[in-house]
Design a protein around this ligand. Structure first.
Ligand code: APR
Length: 250
Protein backbone atom coordinates (compact mmCIF):
# COMPACT_ATOMS: atom_id res chain seq x y z
CA UNK A 1 0.00 0.00 0.00
CA UNK A 2 2.88 2.42 0.79
CA UNK A 3 4.12 2.18 -2.81
CA UNK A 4 0.61 2.93 -4.10
CA UNK A 5 0.26 5.90 -1.72
CA UNK A 6 3.64 7.17 -2.96
CA UNK A 7 2.44 6.90 -6.57
CA UNK A 8 -0.80 8.72 -5.74
CA UNK A 9 1.12 11.49 -3.96
CA UNK A 10 3.45 11.86 -6.96
CA UNK A 11 0.43 12.20 -9.27
CA UNK A 12 -1.21 14.81 -7.02
CA UNK A 13 1.96 16.91 -6.56
CA UNK A 14 2.62 16.74 -10.32
CA UNK A 15 -0.93 17.68 -11.32
CA UNK A 16 -1.79 21.29 -12.21
CA UNK A 17 -5.49 20.60 -11.56
CA UNK A 18 -6.66 17.93 -9.13
CA UNK A 19 -10.34 17.50 -8.23
CA UNK A 20 -12.24 14.92 -6.21
CA UNK A 21 -15.58 13.13 -6.51
CA UNK A 22 -16.84 11.85 -3.15
CA UNK A 23 -19.72 9.70 -1.97
CA UNK A 24 -21.25 8.42 1.25
CA UNK A 25 -18.21 6.25 2.05
CA UNK A 26 -16.24 9.37 2.98
CA UNK A 27 -18.69 10.06 5.85
CA UNK A 28 -19.06 6.52 7.22
CA UNK A 29 -16.23 7.13 9.74
CA UNK A 30 -18.25 10.12 10.95
CA UNK A 31 -21.03 7.70 11.91
CA UNK A 32 -23.27 8.22 8.86
CA UNK A 33 -24.12 4.87 7.22
CA UNK A 34 -23.70 4.76 3.46
CA UNK A 35 -26.50 3.61 1.14
CA UNK A 36 -25.48 0.32 -0.44
CA UNK A 37 -23.07 -1.43 1.93
CA UNK A 38 -24.51 -4.08 4.27
CA UNK A 39 -26.60 -2.21 6.86
CA UNK A 40 -26.74 0.84 4.58
CA UNK A 41 -29.71 3.20 4.41
CA UNK A 42 -31.30 1.55 1.38
CA UNK A 43 -31.45 -1.76 3.26
CA UNK A 44 -33.82 -0.08 5.72
CA UNK A 45 -35.68 2.26 3.38
CA UNK A 46 -36.46 1.17 -0.18
CA UNK A 47 -35.26 4.11 -2.33
CA UNK A 48 -38.16 3.53 -4.75
CA UNK A 49 -40.56 4.25 -1.87
CA UNK A 50 -38.58 6.95 -0.04
CA UNK A 51 -36.06 8.65 -2.34
CA UNK A 52 -37.94 9.56 -5.54
CA UNK A 53 -39.68 12.90 -6.14
CA UNK A 54 -42.85 10.96 -7.02
CA UNK A 55 -42.76 9.18 -3.63
CA UNK A 56 -42.31 12.54 -1.90
CA UNK A 57 -45.25 14.15 -3.72
CA UNK A 58 -47.45 11.06 -3.13
CA UNK A 59 -46.74 10.74 0.62
CA UNK A 60 -44.44 13.45 2.05
CA UNK A 61 -45.25 12.45 5.65
CA UNK A 62 -43.87 8.93 4.95
CA UNK A 63 -40.70 10.27 3.32
CA UNK A 64 -40.19 12.68 6.23
CA UNK A 65 -39.99 9.66 8.58
CA UNK A 66 -36.80 8.62 6.74
CA UNK A 67 -35.56 12.22 6.44
CA UNK A 68 -35.93 12.80 10.20
CA UNK A 69 -33.97 9.61 10.90
CA UNK A 70 -31.19 10.72 8.50
CA UNK A 71 -31.22 14.23 10.00
CA UNK A 72 -30.73 12.86 13.53
CA UNK A 73 -27.64 10.94 12.37
CA UNK A 74 -26.17 13.76 10.26
CA UNK A 75 -26.78 16.41 12.94
CA UNK A 76 -24.49 14.66 15.43
CA UNK A 77 -21.78 13.87 12.86
CA UNK A 78 -18.37 15.54 12.85
CA UNK A 79 -15.82 15.65 10.01
CA UNK A 80 -13.40 12.68 10.04
CA UNK A 81 -9.75 12.61 8.82
CA UNK A 82 -10.98 12.03 5.25
CA UNK A 83 -12.78 15.39 5.28
CA UNK A 84 -10.06 17.27 7.17
CA UNK A 85 -7.31 15.68 5.06
CA UNK A 86 -8.99 16.79 1.83
CA UNK A 87 -9.47 20.24 3.36
CA UNK A 88 -5.72 20.31 4.06
CA UNK A 89 -4.88 19.25 0.49
CA UNK A 90 -7.06 22.15 -0.70
CA UNK A 91 -5.31 24.57 1.69
CA UNK A 92 -1.90 23.37 0.45
CA UNK A 93 -3.02 24.03 -3.14
CA UNK A 94 -3.10 20.37 -4.19
CA UNK A 95 -6.88 19.91 -4.41
CA UNK A 96 -8.81 22.46 -6.45
CA UNK A 97 -12.40 21.36 -5.91
CA UNK A 98 -14.47 18.60 -4.27
CA UNK A 99 -17.57 17.46 -6.14
CA UNK A 100 -19.61 15.66 -3.50
CA UNK A 101 -22.75 13.53 -3.79
CA UNK A 102 -23.22 13.90 -0.02
CA UNK A 103 -25.61 16.38 1.58
CA UNK A 104 -24.06 16.36 5.08
CA UNK A 105 -21.92 19.53 4.79
CA UNK A 106 -18.96 17.66 6.34
CA UNK A 107 -16.45 18.64 3.63
CA UNK A 108 -17.12 22.30 4.43
CA UNK A 109 -16.94 21.62 8.18
CA UNK A 110 -13.67 19.76 7.47
CA UNK A 111 -12.13 22.93 6.04
CA UNK A 112 -12.82 22.60 2.30
CA UNK A 113 -14.07 25.84 0.73
CA UNK A 114 -14.45 24.88 -2.92
CA UNK A 115 -17.20 22.24 -2.74
CA UNK A 116 -19.78 21.49 -5.43
CA UNK A 117 -22.90 19.90 -3.90
CA UNK A 118 -23.99 17.71 -6.79
CA UNK A 119 -27.03 16.38 -4.92
CA UNK A 120 -27.86 19.60 -3.08
CA UNK A 121 -27.72 20.13 0.67
CA UNK A 122 -30.09 19.20 3.51
CA UNK A 123 -29.45 22.48 5.37
CA UNK A 124 -32.34 24.31 3.62
CA UNK A 125 -35.97 23.41 2.83
CA UNK A 126 -38.17 24.66 -0.01
CA UNK A 127 -41.91 24.90 -0.54
CA UNK A 128 -42.98 23.16 -3.77
CA UNK A 129 -46.11 25.35 -3.86
CA UNK A 130 -44.88 28.89 -3.28
CA UNK A 131 -41.04 28.48 -3.46
CA UNK A 132 -40.53 29.97 0.01
CA UNK A 133 -37.21 28.84 1.55
CA UNK A 134 -36.40 27.99 5.18
CA UNK A 135 -33.34 26.86 7.15
CA UNK A 136 -33.74 23.20 8.18
CA UNK A 137 -32.74 23.94 11.77
CA UNK A 138 -35.54 26.50 12.18
CA UNK A 139 -38.09 23.82 11.23
CA UNK A 140 -36.61 20.88 13.15
CA UNK A 141 -39.10 18.93 15.31
CA UNK A 142 -41.29 15.84 15.32
CA UNK A 143 -43.96 17.18 13.02
CA UNK A 144 -43.53 17.30 9.29
CA UNK A 145 -42.27 20.84 8.46
CA UNK A 146 -44.80 23.07 6.72
CA UNK A 147 -44.55 26.35 4.85
CA UNK A 148 -46.52 29.37 6.08
CA UNK A 149 -48.74 28.68 3.02
CA UNK A 150 -49.54 25.27 4.56
CA UNK A 151 -47.70 23.02 2.08
CA UNK A 152 -45.23 20.39 3.36
CA UNK A 153 -41.62 21.49 2.82
CA UNK A 154 -38.98 19.49 0.92
CA UNK A 155 -35.24 19.45 1.73
CA UNK A 156 -33.06 21.01 -1.00
CA UNK A 157 -31.53 17.62 -1.80
CA UNK A 158 -31.88 16.01 -5.22
CA UNK A 159 -34.35 13.12 -5.15
CA UNK A 160 -34.28 10.44 -7.82
CA UNK A 161 -36.24 11.83 -10.77
CA UNK A 162 -35.10 15.42 -10.09
CA UNK A 163 -32.55 17.38 -12.11
CA UNK A 164 -29.03 18.04 -10.83
CA UNK A 165 -28.68 21.80 -10.09
CA UNK A 166 -27.58 23.31 -13.41
CA UNK A 167 -24.59 25.19 -11.98
CA UNK A 168 -23.31 22.07 -10.18
CA UNK A 169 -23.66 19.94 -13.31
CA UNK A 170 -22.00 22.53 -15.54
CA UNK A 171 -19.03 23.35 -13.26
CA UNK A 172 -18.44 19.64 -12.59
CA UNK A 173 -18.36 18.82 -16.29
CA UNK A 174 -15.91 21.65 -16.98
CA UNK A 175 -13.61 20.64 -14.12
CA UNK A 176 -13.73 16.93 -15.04
CA UNK A 177 -12.78 17.86 -18.62
CA UNK A 178 -9.76 19.90 -17.47
CA UNK A 179 -8.54 17.84 -14.49
CA UNK A 180 -5.10 16.20 -14.59
CA UNK A 181 -5.88 14.04 -11.55
CA UNK A 182 -9.19 12.90 -10.08
CA UNK A 183 -9.59 11.40 -6.60
CA UNK A 184 -12.70 9.18 -6.43
CA UNK A 185 -13.42 8.63 -2.73
CA UNK A 186 -16.09 6.49 -1.05
CA UNK A 187 -18.54 6.06 -3.91
CA UNK A 188 -19.96 2.95 -5.57
CA UNK A 189 -20.30 5.12 -8.71
CA UNK A 190 -23.63 3.52 -9.62
CA UNK A 191 -25.77 6.68 -9.69
CA UNK A 192 -25.93 8.80 -12.83
CA UNK A 193 -25.04 11.46 -13.83
CA UNK A 194 -22.47 11.79 -10.99
CA UNK A 195 -20.91 8.54 -12.15
CA UNK A 196 -20.03 10.03 -15.56
CA UNK A 197 -17.45 12.34 -13.92
CA UNK A 198 -14.67 9.71 -13.65
CA UNK A 199 -15.00 8.69 -17.31
CA UNK A 200 -15.05 12.34 -18.49
CA UNK A 201 -11.85 12.97 -16.53
CA UNK A 202 -10.25 9.76 -17.76
CA UNK A 203 -11.13 10.57 -21.39
CA UNK A 204 -9.40 13.93 -20.98
CA UNK A 205 -6.19 12.40 -19.67
CA UNK A 206 -6.61 12.59 -15.88
CA UNK A 207 -4.95 10.08 -13.55
CA UNK A 208 -7.76 8.34 -11.64
CA UNK A 209 -6.96 7.67 -7.96
CA UNK A 210 -9.73 5.57 -6.34
CA UNK A 211 -9.98 5.32 -2.53
CA UNK A 212 -12.64 2.83 -1.46
CA UNK A 213 -13.35 0.06 1.03
CA UNK A 214 -14.29 -2.30 -1.81
CA UNK A 215 -13.54 -2.64 -5.51
CA UNK A 216 -16.14 -0.97 -7.74
CA UNK A 217 -16.90 -1.19 -11.46
CA UNK A 218 -14.39 1.65 -11.90
CA UNK A 219 -11.53 -0.26 -10.29
CA UNK A 220 -10.77 -2.63 -13.17
CA UNK A 221 -11.89 -0.27 -15.94
CA UNK A 222 -10.64 3.30 -15.48
CA UNK A 223 -8.88 3.46 -12.10
CA UNK A 224 -5.11 3.97 -12.38
CA UNK A 225 -4.25 3.80 -8.66
CA UNK A 226 -6.58 1.87 -6.32
CA UNK A 227 -6.08 2.50 -2.59
CA UNK A 228 -8.29 -0.05 -0.82
CA UNK A 229 -9.34 0.64 2.75
CA UNK A 230 -10.91 3.29 4.93
CA UNK A 231 -10.92 6.79 3.48
CA UNK A 232 -9.98 8.41 6.79
CA UNK A 233 -6.83 6.34 7.26
CA UNK A 234 -5.73 6.40 3.61
CA UNK A 235 -6.23 10.13 3.11
CA UNK A 236 -4.32 10.93 6.29
CA UNK A 237 -1.36 8.90 4.95
CA UNK A 238 -1.74 10.44 1.50
CA UNK A 239 -1.55 13.97 2.94
CA UNK A 240 1.71 13.07 4.71
CA UNK A 241 3.15 11.59 1.49
CA UNK A 242 2.17 14.76 -0.44
CA UNK A 243 3.86 16.93 2.21
CA UNK A 244 7.07 14.88 1.90
CA UNK A 245 7.10 15.30 -1.87
CA UNK A 246 6.19 18.96 -1.69
CA UNK A 247 9.32 19.50 0.41
CA UNK A 248 7.33 19.76 3.61
CA UNK A 249 5.55 22.89 2.21
CA UNK A 250 1.95 23.45 3.29
N1 APR B 1 -13.88 4.33 3.43
C1 APR B 1 -13.90 4.22 2.07
N2 APR B 1 -14.96 3.73 1.37
C2 APR B 1 -16.03 3.33 2.09
C3 APR B 1 -16.08 3.41 3.51
C4 APR B 1 -14.95 3.94 4.18
N3 APR B 1 -14.90 4.05 5.52
N4 APR B 1 -17.30 2.93 3.92
C5 APR B 1 -17.97 2.58 2.81
N5 APR B 1 -17.22 2.81 1.71
C6 APR B 1 -17.56 2.61 0.29
C7 APR B 1 -18.49 1.44 0.05
O1 APR B 1 -17.73 0.25 -0.15
C8 APR B 1 -19.19 1.88 -1.25
O2 APR B 1 -18.45 1.47 -2.40
O3 APR B 1 -18.26 3.76 -0.13
C9 APR B 1 -19.17 3.40 -1.18
C10 APR B 1 -20.53 3.99 -0.85
O4 APR B 1 -21.40 3.70 -1.92
P1 APR B 1 -22.95 4.06 -1.79
O5 APR B 1 -23.47 3.61 -0.49
O6 APR B 1 -23.60 3.60 -3.05
O7 APR B 1 -22.97 5.66 -1.73
P2 APR B 1 -22.80 6.68 -2.94
O8 APR B 1 -21.88 6.12 -3.97
O9 APR B 1 -22.45 8.00 -2.36
O10 APR B 1 -24.30 6.76 -3.54
C11 APR B 1 -24.50 7.72 -4.55
O11 APR B 1 -26.86 7.27 -4.42
O12 APR B 1 -28.71 6.89 -3.18
C12 APR B 1 -28.03 7.84 -3.87
O13 APR B 1 -28.19 10.15 -3.56
C13 APR B 1 -27.63 9.00 -3.01
O14 APR B 1 -25.67 10.38 -3.22
C14 APR B 1 -26.12 9.03 -3.13
C15 APR B 1 -25.87 8.28 -4.42
Amino acid sequence: MEELIARAAEAIVGSELTIALTGAGVSVESGIPDFRSAGGLWEKFDPAEYATIEAFRADPEKVWRMLREMDAVVRGAKPNPAHTGMGELERMGYLHCIITQNVDNLHQEGGARNVIEYHGNAATLSCLSCNEKYRADEKRGNETPRCRCGAILKPDVVFFGEAIPYDAMNRSFQLASAAKALMVVGTSAVVSPANTIPSIAKRNGAVIIEINMERTHLTDSITDIFLQGSAGQIIARLVEAVKERAGGKG
